[in-house]
Design a protein around this ligand. Structure first.
Ligand SMILES: [Fe+2]
Length: 336
């Protein structure tokens, strides 16, 4: 075994914590503070937690997975009609369109472009919406495939349902960080639902392409992500002990993970855990991810409760938009 191989993380028996949102959502006395404490601890330690008893109907999740498979099964030329544009990351991103290099030196060099295929949806703003007419920077132009009845409606229904869960997690973080219950949900950074829905297809791993990931090791760029549970496993999370957890597919649960902005704006308190995807299954793996991204144009050094004279901000003041622009230059392209 060479030295690089010896440094590679091993697999762990550590578990992703499960947090029951039921009592909190039912408004039971004391449940908000208790659930916030659990969410805060999980966000600090591993940076990932399962949400049990979330409010999204399983029927809607099942329909979203069915529509994801339906979209990715379209002929390539149909999908290319709605390909992402250089100006906006909405629509279809073909295989090889994105390759994560953020942690590849540490946790496994990407030898080929990532194998994932994606379709991105943002909040829908009708043609006559005042914020579209005003040219607000958070208004995107969704690129819907033609002749796929029901696809758009299911995406938008799912988008709205997950925005509610995002607000619940932000509320819990807000309480856990001592900011006051509504501070994050009412903050400019989050008040315009600048979230992104990503519908993924991971074709089976190709043994001939050794060193290729579904998605290479990375942390998420935004505030966090809500992941519906795929039927086929493949997600792996790095622990603080530098070992990989193979995240189980927990039926009926959502999985939340903190991203770079939860880490930066909590002044390093919340952990943006490196994670990766590889599909060993031999069949296509679909995944439905909802990115809880801040608005692109809001800058902040960190939350007021996370800094003091003794603990000054560790990260430079930046907006999500500036951060993404910087990362896209370094993180997404293999040099060859
Ligand atoms: Fe990710």
């Amino acid at each position: 075994m060479d030295q690089t191989e010896a440094l590679k993380p091993k697999y762990s028996t550590e578990k992703v914590p499960v947090i029951d949102f039921g009592p909190y959502l039912a408004g039971e006395p004391g449940a908000l503070d208790r659930t916030a404490r659990e969410a805060g601890e999980a966000s600090e330690y591993l940076g990932f937690f399962f949400i049990k008893n979330h409010p999204v109907p399983q029927d809607l999740i099942d329909r979203m997975f069915a529509e994801t498979a339906r979209f990715h099964a379209l002929p390539l030329e149909r999908k290319l009609e709605v390909k992402v544009t250089p100006a906006e990351n909405v629509g279809y991103l073909p295989q090889g369109g994105q390759t994560q290099l953020s942690y590849s030196k540490l946790y496994g060099e990407s030898k080929h472009p990532d194998r994932s295929i994606s379709y991105f949806v943002r909040k829908e703003y009708p043609a006559d919406h005042p914020e579209r007419l005003a040219g607000r920077p958070w208004v995107s132009n969704n690129r819907w495939p033609r002749d796929l009845p029901g696809f758009r409606e299911t995406c938008l229904e799912y988008f709205t349902a997950l925005a509610a869960v995002a607000r619940q997690v932000l509320t819990l973080h807000s309480v856990a960080l001592g900011l006051g219950r509504d501070t994050l949900t009412q903050h400019d950074a989050f008040c315009k639902d600048a979230y992104t829905l990503r519908l993924l297809d991971y074709p089976p791993r190709d043994p001939a392409l050794e060193g290729q990931w579904g998605i290479g090791p990375h942390s998420d760029y935004g505030y966090g992500a809500l992941l519906a549970q795929a039927k086929v496993p493949g997600l792996e999370v790095l622990t603080r002990a530098n070992e990989w957890i193979q995240a189980p597919a927990m039926e009926g649960h959502l999985l939340f993970n903190c991203g770079d902005f939860a880490h930066r704006w909590s002044n390093g308190r919340y952990r943006a855990a490196p994670h990766r995807v590889v599909n060993y299954s031999g069949v296509h793996r679909n995944s439905v991810v909802y990115f809880v991204n801040p608005r692109g144009d809001v800058s902040m050094d960190c939350f007021a409760s996370c800094k003091s004279a003794d603990a000054p901000p560790k990260f430079e003041t930046t907006s999500f938009g500036e951060y993404i622009t910087m990362l896209r230059k370094t993180n997404h392209t293999l040099k060859d």
